[in-house]
Design a protein around this ligand. Structure first.
Ligand code: NAD
Length: 460
């Protein structure tokens, strides 16, 4: 009998729906259908595949309200932030629609008429790829993969997170209604065991977004198969606030960077280092900002902080707070779960923290931040790099030279000057160390769903 997948509302703990999860047999059937369909899809002219994405975009616009409501219901994302995610999705789609044909065009790289020689590169689709996804920004992390993968001529077996399954089904319905065949974009529904069953199929590539712990399992499963593996994993993203900034403006921006999406962004600000000269003023402004956040019903337009999507994360946050306090941290606000139905944790600010504490080392993925004073830029850089992760890092200063000097020395896939928690479709999104391998977005993030074929052509 098929396992059941309950869809929960994190704001209430209530069951929204129960679905049948795909077991190994269904996964094998879906794989076989995708394998059979992929050559036909790849043989179509690219402009037809791009036209399907244009129709998908129009469908997203037409259904935006329903899509936002579903996202808020199953993930607990405050409704305004759900709408923002859908708007951001449109910007990404626009980028892929505008840039894909150029990025995937055949390139003539060398010609020597005297030797009658031509050298060319074509971008061949990988074939059937698995897209195993996270729940925190399902439209972003999903579309970064399945849109360019489809445009490049691949069939996609798409496993949404078990916490964003209804959104995954919406995505599939809209793509199918836009002309992507059912067996070219194939949803695979279920949790970790369904994902593991998917990886037992002979797919040609695995594109994963999720935690380091799961990413390591995926890499191990794919290791012997010589297939392309891309892993977009977690972070412990630091920001350094220099002594020359507008303290209040920096505090407001960084509180948003830390607490937006209830702190559940891969590139949330997770550690703040503040120059000791402005530390106290910065902390006061930061706490005032956080205490002003509206916590509550995520369907309410005024809400800024919603529930945590995964109940288990409450324990991670409790453990981090207890550990920090035991080791001497000061708790300035929050610090515990909120007593109401669902998965609620009060926005939490800790100071007097150091790197012996879990809150400065482990990904928190929730509404909690540690703020540490530093004496100078060198100390800040050393602490920023003292991590297993390397997704993003930022610096706030009025001095461009100082910003470049700091950012050149931090080890991260993306670096920010006077901004944070930001992703651009035009720039590659990648991490170093435990934050992953490979990249999405930018023109490189289109080509990544292909293998280059080298053509050496000598006419007779
Ligand atoms: P997760 O690792 O728990 O799950 C991710 C996906 O893997 C889900 O679809 C899950 O069902 C599946 N899965 C679980 N076990 C599996 C297995 N053994 N084999 C195959 N699939 C398996 O992560 P999550 O809670 O969904 O997402 C949160 C994490 O994702 C955070 O660490 C966050 O930082 C990270 N993330 C990173 C990025 C990025 O761009 N770097 C973006 C979003 C989220």
């Amino acid at each position: 009998m098929a396992a059941t997948l309950p869809i929960l509302n994190p704001a209430t703990g209530g069951v929204v729906l129960r679905l049948a999860a795909d077991g190994p047999r269904e996964v094998a059937q879906r794989y076989a259908a995708a394998r059979a369909a992929q050559p036909r899809w790849a043989a179509m002219p690219i402009r037809k595949r791009i036209a399907a994405i244009e129709k998908f975009r129009a469908q997203v616009v037409a259904r935006a309200d329903t899509l936002a409501q579903t996202l808020t219901q199953e993930v607990g994302k405050p409704i305004r932030q759900s709408r923002n995610e859908l708007e951001g999705l449109l910007a990404r789609l626009d980028f892929f629609i505008a840039e894909s044909a150029r990025a995937l065009r055949e390139q003539k790289v060398f010609t020597d008429a005297s030797k009658r020689l031509d050298e060319r590169i074509t971008h061949e689709p990988l074939g059937v790829v698995a897209n195993i996804s996270a729940w925190n920004y399902p439209y972003f992390v999903g579309s970064n993969v399945f849109v360019p993968a489809l445009v490049a001529g691949n069939a996609v077996l798409y496993k949404p997170s078990e916490y964003a399954t209804l959104t995954g089904r919406h995505i599939a319905d809209l793509l199918h209604a836009s002309g992507v065949p059912d067996d070219v974009f194939v949803p695979v529904i279920g949790g970790g065991s369904t994902g593991a069953a998917l990886l037992r199929q002979p797919v040609d590539g695995v594109f994963f977004t999720g935690s380091y712990a799961t990413g390591a399992k995926i890499a191990a499963a794919a290791g012997k198969r010589m297939i392309k593996v891309q892993l977009e994993l977690g972070g412990k993203d630091p920001v350094y606030v220099c002594d020359d900034v507008d303290t209040k403006a920096a505090a407001q921006a960084l509180a948003d960077g830390a607490f937006y999406n209830t702190g559940q962004s891969c590139c949330s600000v997770e550690r703040i280092y503040v120059h000791e000269a402005i530390h106290d003023a910065f902390v006061a402004a930061f706490v005032a900002e956080v205490n002003g956040y509206r916590i509550g019903d995520p369907t309410d337009d005024a809400t800024y902080i919603g529930p945590l999507t995964r109940r288990a994360q409450l324990d991670v946050l409790r453990r981090q707070v207890a550990d920090a306090r035991r080791k001497g941290a000061a708790l300035l606000t929050g610090g515990s779960a909120i007593k109401r139905k669902g998965n609620w944790f009060a926005p939490t600010v800790l100071t007097d923290v150091d790197h012996s504490m879990l809150v400065m080392r482990e990904e928190s993925f929730g509404p909690i931040i540690g703020i540490q004073a530093v004496a100078d830029d060198a100390a800040a850089v050393e602490l920023m790099n003292d991590t297993a992760y390397g997704l993003t890092a930022g610096v706030y200063t009025n001095d461009a030279t100082r910003a470049r000097r700091v950012l050149a020395r931090v080890h991260a896939g993306s670096v920010y000057w006077n901004c944070c928690d930001r992703v651009s479709p035009r720039l590659p999104w990648s991490g170093v160390k435990h934050s992953g391998i490979g990249l999405t977005l930018s023109t490189m993030g289109i080509q990544t769903f292909t293998r280059p074929k080298a053509w050496h052509l000598r006419s007779a």
